[in-house]
Write a protein that binds this ligand. Structure first.
Ligand SMILES: NC(=O)c1ccc[n+]([C@@H]2O[C@H](COP(=O)([O-])OP(=O)(O)OC[C@H]3O[C@@H](n4cnc5c(N)ncnc54)[C@H](OP(=O)(O)O)[C@@H]3O)[C@@H](O)[C@H]2O)c1
Length: 220
């Protein structure tokens, strides 16, 4: 059993990660900004705590007893993502780094990323697709900037898990295909994953880390 702390636990993706972690029997800490707004059934292995991903002190307080720290935070619109996503990555690394400096092996950070920087089958990046709205481009580049930052980090264990191009609420099949920097697509060229199967892939990585220090992606 692993202790997993999830920032963004009340979000669309974060709530699926919390559910999957609990279903696997992990001690799970839902980190939210306002516990009054947290919607989840009570569960013996679930703890709800207040935290701000943008505060390294808050990250360290949450992470000090965790084996894995997940960031599933979002920033809402494009400017919100630009103000949140790379700063969140920097704050998480600073918070985890402070634990390592204290002599403890810092937990593994698994960062929910974006699909924009993945290569399409044609060789372009997703964010080079013509016609994308400015707000979507801002969200994609916010995640690209966070990934660029994480790739400079070699003293904290991190993994960035990029969803498929489309990630939606759906069903848990328990299966997925894995890519590294290339979009996972089906025979028709579609790239999709349910939030439930994305959570399966993330928990598989939490239990058996195979992509420490790198980004990977999953699709159905
Ligand atoms: N295809 C793709 O590449 C793709 C598609 C979808 C999503 N994503 C990415 O996946 C991530 C999660 O998406 P989502 O749809 O699940 O987002 P969401 O439903 O908007 O949830 C985001 C969560 O982040 C939390 N949060 C924001 N700022 C925070 C802070 N400073 N400290 C702690 N928590 C904070 C929010 O907390 P509150 O409840 O307190 O507001 C919220 O629960 C996003 O970064 C998004 O860009 C990528």
């Amino acid at each position: 059993m692993t202790k997993i702390a999830v920032f963004g636990a009340n979000g669309h993706i974060g709530s699926r990660i919390v559910r999957e972690a609990l279903d696997r029997g992990h001690e799970t800490v839902a980190v939210v900004r306002d516990p009054a707004k947290f919607v989840a059934e009570e569960h013996g292995k679930l703890t709800v705590t207040t935290g701000d991903v943008l505060s390294p002190e808050s990250v360290a307080a949450v992470a000090k007893s965790a084996d894995v720290v997940v960031s599933a935070v979002g920033g809402g619109d494009g400017p919100g993502h630009l103000a949140t996503i790379r700063p969140a990555a920097e704050s998480l690394v600073a918070g985890l780094r402070s634990l390592g400096a204290a002599g403890r092996t810092a937990p593994l950070l698994i960062f929910v990323g974006g699909a924009g920087s993945l290569r399409t089958p044609g060789g372009k990046r997703v964010w080079d697709t013509t016609g994308l709205p400015e707000a979507v481009l801002q969200i994609m580049h916010a995640h690209g900037d966070a990934l660029d930052f994480l790739r400079t980090v070699d003293d904290v264990r991190w993994t960035n898990l990029s969803p498929a191009a489309t990630i939606e609420a759906g069903t848990r099949t328990g299966t997925y295909r894995v890519g590294k920097d290339d979009l996972v697509v089906d025979d028709e060229g579609n790239s999709r994953i349910s939030m439930e199967d994305y959570a399966v892939a993330l928990l598989d990585e939490a239990e058996h880390p195979r992509h420490v220090g790198e980004r990977f992606t999953v699709g159905d």
